[in-house]
Design a protein around this ligand. Structure first.
Ligand code: GTP
Ligand code: MG
Length: 426
């Protein structure tokens, strides 16, 4: 299985259905009133974390996700149906970033956690809604709100309690397959493990913790040598690290130091995580060598273990120690800072702002943009209604203060018109 931990996707929510203009036509009723129904809401798009997903592989084949539009309204005050929401499953540990703003908008760390990334457009209102005492037969309705389209960057940072790392061939996969449910490939050559493996270790109490076996690191990993150091992101969220060293090589201390230098180059924070140092393959060395290594590694204190992942020697006492540490060491506070996501929906109700542009003024603001998006410029009744709303919001008073002159251009959202005092204040 291929392991993909970064991916870009495009999401497009469904547009709202249009409202309609229609009239009541009933037997015995002479002149029917307005009866144009509302459009349905477009489908929204959510991302949801799912433990059954282990990679972002799916997004390599499909990168564009579109929700359906809402149905248009119909006569006899019939509502258009709302479109269903679109749920996109991602692995637990997926960090979601908005490509345009470069801000992190979600960190989905638990099974079932859900985030709205693109809200469907609201359905437009039919002409029934616009009838007033003065205007009993409104000739207009609203189009549905537009869809929201955005690009998202997904990055997977696996969630495990314990991170297992070390040089290739140290015996990491042998160890994880002995103590957990994971069954990674094991072989007598470097870089056998090409993708991270998660294994669940059962504690005597019955519950479990997760241990992550990542591909081996070598000197220069931070410069891209070997498989590089990108996989270290998958142990960033671990409570602590188990650093495994092959005791049968010529200079285990050298390897230990090299790995710690690479860790530091990758992240200061990661290099400061609590570390259990494990010298593996003690079945392959004699007593004298063991004693020598014990002296050399004395600096590691109580965190030092000598084991054989193959014969099982000392594996149980190491596992007891790991289990106790899992219970006492907290997971590091995640570095992921999630920002408020204002791009997912159209419900920005910010007040308007006016800025000067060449030959006129530009008016912006959430409420105003939304109103502009549901105004049909070909319909004069709608344009008048739109201008009346701008007037009641104080937009024209503000323009007057700024010295607007007849004939100046006023741009609001995607609409543009010329200002004439008589027209608006006549
Ligand atoms: N003698 C002995 N050999 C071991 C022990 N543990 C692992 N090995 C052997 O060492 C080789 C490498 O083991 P792996 O578990 O694949 O090592 P790894 O650290 O996962 O290696 P990469 O995936 O390449 O990073 C295999 O041939 C194992 O059988 C041990 O305790 N004693
Ligand atoms: Mg391995």
């Amino acid at each position: 299985m291929q392991f993909i931990d970064k991916s870009k996707i495009r999401v497009v929510s469904g547009k709202g259905g249009n409202g309609v203009v229609a009239w009541r036509r009933e037997k015995f009723v002479d002149k029917g009133g307005p009866a144009g129904g509302d459009g349905g809401d477009g489908g929204s798009i959510y991302l949801v974390a799912d433990t059954n997903m282990s990679t972002l592989m799916d997004f390599k084949h499909k990168s564009v996700y579109k929700a359906l539009p809402g149905e248009n309204g119909a006569k006899k005050n019939c509502y258009g149906a709302d479109a269903p929401d679109l749920i996109i499953k991602v692995p637990v540990g997926t960090v979601v970033k908005d490509c345009k703003s470069d801000k992190i908008i979600a960190d989905l760390t638990a099974d079932g956690q859900k985030v709205l990334v693109a809200k469907g457009g609201r359905g437009g209102r039919g002409n029934t809604h616009f009838a007033t005492a003065q205007k009993r037969a409104p000739q207009f309705c609203e189009p549905g709100e537009p869809s929201i389209e955005r690009e998202l960057f997904l990055e997977l940072k696996l969630i495990a309690d314990v991170g297992l790392l070390g040089m290739p061939n140290a015996g990491k996969s042998t160890f994880i397959s002995r103590v957990s449910s994971a069954k990674p490939k094991i072989a007598d050559y470097p870089f056998t493990t090409l993708i991270p493996n998660l294994g669940v270790v059962r504690k005597p109490s019955g519950d479990g913790f997760v241990i992550a076996d990542i591909p081996g690191l070598i000197e220069g990993a931070s410069d891209g040598i070997g498989l590089g150091h990108d996989f270290l992101r998958h142990v960033e969220r671990c409570r602590f690290l188990v650093h495994m060293i092959d005791s049968s090589v010529e200079n285990p201390m050298d390897n230990y130091k090299k790995i710690n230098i690479e860790l530091k180059k990758y992240s200061e924070k990661l290099s400061q995580l609590y570390q259990i140092v494990v010298l593996n393959k003690i079945d392959a060395i004699d007593e004298t060598r063991r004693d020598e290594l014990k002296k050399q590694f004395k600096i590691c204190g109580k965190n030092l273990f000598f084991i054989s992942a193959v014969t099982g020697e000392n594996v149980d006492s190491l596992l007891d120690f790991i289990t106790e540490k899992v219970d006492t060491i907290e997971a590091p506070v995640t570095e992921v800072v999630v920002e408020e996501d204002t791009e997912a929906s159209n419900n920005d109700d910010s007040a308007f702002e006016v800025s000067k542009i060449k030959d006129g003024y530009f008016i912006s603001g959430g409420k105003i943009n939304r109103l502009a998006s549901v105004t049909d410029t070909k319909n004069s009744e709608q344009v008048i209604r739109f201008q009346n709303i701008l007037k009641s919001m104080g937009v024209f008073d503000k323009l007057k203060k700024l010295g607007v002159k007849d004939g100046d251009t006023v741009v609001v959202g995607n609409l543009e018109f010329e200002y004439y005092a008589d027209e608006f204040y006549g």
